[in-house]
Design a binder for this molecule. Structure first.
Ligand code: TAP
Length: 473
């Protein structure tokens, strides 16, 4: 049992003002694995005070000092590798291989990338008639979701540190422990007192408090659209800048010259990754009518490469969903899907032999209409939809017919068609043929997928204000 009821405020671990706690559940066992403090408004105020006090010196620290801090954090993160992997498997239910090969390197990559980006970053530019200065935005409130416990926090923390912006982090209550290890790493890395604070607690108290606090200048949030909307409304009261990374319903367009088996493999890896709990997951697969049958056969053949089960067991690719609530949500979509489309595999209920734990069956629907609920709403589980098209323009039109625009994927061979599709999908990130992720590539959404960009140099820009000085001597 982890009883971690302290917050990290002003360079030390301090007891909460209140005595209430929140249970953290291991989704594979359904058992309580630990407790965190349900922080209070007074705890948040203390953290804001510390961050404001740190602002004058932290915002004026040199680029070199901040590069060193980022490097120290990356080094500390590497030293805690085994522990981070283990904690993410227990709190999120990510299979050990997924924790090791996806979560761990993503959390690390942002610190390394921010150090590299900062080395080439210019905070001052002579533009002829004026000098342009880029200055820290002030105190940043970071609110993170549970689906990538280190990645989501690291990308925001790394950019804020690079920009010299003091931080108040509120991790998701379902997965707080990896973020608390990050706080220990940051403490040991030599980040000045008050420049990094972590306050645990509920979204309705600490998250809500961050978005409306007059002492916080900027809120970077990742999570659901519903909460994103609340944050924008709260932030409006103090005209606070917000960056929102919300959901998606991203298309995978399979071109008619694609290798069917490769396409099926890429589509399956995409949707099964992190048990489908990925905002940029490719959850609508557009396939030429002529390839439908062979593509479906190949999906069914290859599904056995993604075994579901105990995340601590070797060879498991798909773990449980993060919580009972998430399991219920996914089930309700699967039941809706049975009415709207043809079930190719999977369906409602738990996989055989996995009655304990929030396990869902990998589920594929075919004969799906792009305007059905399962093709328009984010499910956040191992569930995908197959939609057929005639001609690439029809595929693009349907791909864009969604309120979201976070990511898009194209699989095929002809370079001209790939370029055409990539430049016509209205989304913030396109991946071609399962290409690896570049940590300097900006990440964020068009339309209702969000506002602003994270990762690399664009991520740093979010934490900066622009000043023009006319007549600088
Ligand atoms: P959210 O409620 O949006 O939670 C995300 C973060 O916001 C958590 O830290 C949460 O705190 C906090 N929060 C909750 N209410 C808040 C409020 N009123 N003001 C400020 N912050 C608040 O997501 P969820 O309920 O965990 O998941 C619901 C759905 O959101 C999922 O099914 C999925 O569709 C989507 N989702 C999307 C993403 C991405 S990456 N876009 C990630 C996770 C979930 P607590 O943890 O304490 O509640």
């Amino acid at each position: 049992m982890r009883n971690e009821t302290k917050h990290y405020i002003n360079g030390e671990w301090v007891e909460s003002n209140g005595s209430e706690t929140i249970d953290v559940i291991n989704p594979a066992t359904e058992e309580v694995m630990g407790k965190i403090s349900s922080g209070t408004v007074e705890d948040l105020d203390k953290a804001v005070k510390a961050a404001r006090a740190a602002f004058p010196s932290f915002s004026r620290s040199t680029k070199e000092e901040r590069i060193q801090l980022l490097k120290n954090i990356a080094e500390g993160y590497e030293k805690r590798k085994d522990e981070l992997i283990s904690v993410m498997t227990d709190e999120l239910g990510a299979p050990l291989t997924v924790s090791e090969e996806v979560h761990y390197p993503m959390g690390l990559g942002h610190f390394q990338q921010a150090a590299d980006s900062l080395a080439d970053f210019s905070f001052s530019e002579d533009r002829g008639g004026h000098t342009l200065l880029k200055e820290s935005i002030g105190v940043s409130g970071l609110i993170t979701p549970w689906n990538f416990p280190t990645n989501q926090a690291s990308t925001k923390i790394a950019s804020a540190i690079a920009a010299g912006s003091p931080i108040i982090l509120k991790p998701a209550s379902k997965t707080p422990f990896a973020a608390m290890i990050l706080a220990e790493i940051i403490d040991e890395a030599g980040v000045p007192k008050g420049a990094f604070n972590l306050v645990n607690g509920s979204g309705s108290v600490i998250g809500n408090g961050i978005s409306s606090h007059p002492g916080i200048d900027f809120v970077s949030f990742t999570g659901s659209g519903t909460v994103g909307e609340k944050i924008m409304k709260n932030a409006a009261e103090t005209i606070k800048k917000v960056a929102l990374e919300l959901g998606g319903k991203s298309p995978i367009i399979v071109l008619d010259d694609a290798d069917v088996e490769e396409a099926a493999k890429t589509a399956l890896s995409n949707i099964m990754n992190n048990t489908g709990q990925v905002c940029s997951a490719g959850t609508r697969v557009f396939i030429p009518q002529s390839m439908k049958h062979s593509f479906e056969e190949s999906l069914l053949d290859q599904l056995s490469n993604f075994p579901v089960g105990d995340p601590r067991k070797e060879g498991i690719a798909v773990g449980p969903l993060v919580s009972e609530d998430q399991w219920e949500t996914v089930q309700s979509y699967i039941k809706k899907g049975e009415k709207e489309a043809t079930l190719l595999t999977g369906g409602p209920g738990k996989p055989e032999g996995l009655e304990t734990g929030y396990y869902a069956k990998p589920t594929i629907f075919t004969d799906v209409s792009n305007d059905s609920v399962i093709a328009q709403e984010e499910i956040f589980g191992p569930v995908t939809t197959i939609i057929t098209y005639d001609g690439v323009d029809e595929a693009i039109e349907m791909a864009n017919d969604t309120v979201y625009g976070l990511a898009g994927y194209v699989i095929g061979k002809d370079p001209e068609t790939i370029k055409y599709v990539a430049s016509n999908i209205r989304a913030g990130r396109i991946k071609v043929n399962g290409e690896k992720t570049d940590f300097n590539g900006p990440f964020g959404g068009f339309k209702q997928s969000g506002i602003g960009r994270e990762w690399g140099d664009f991520g740093i820009e979010e934490y900066l204000e622009i000043k023009s000085v006319h007549g600088m001597p």
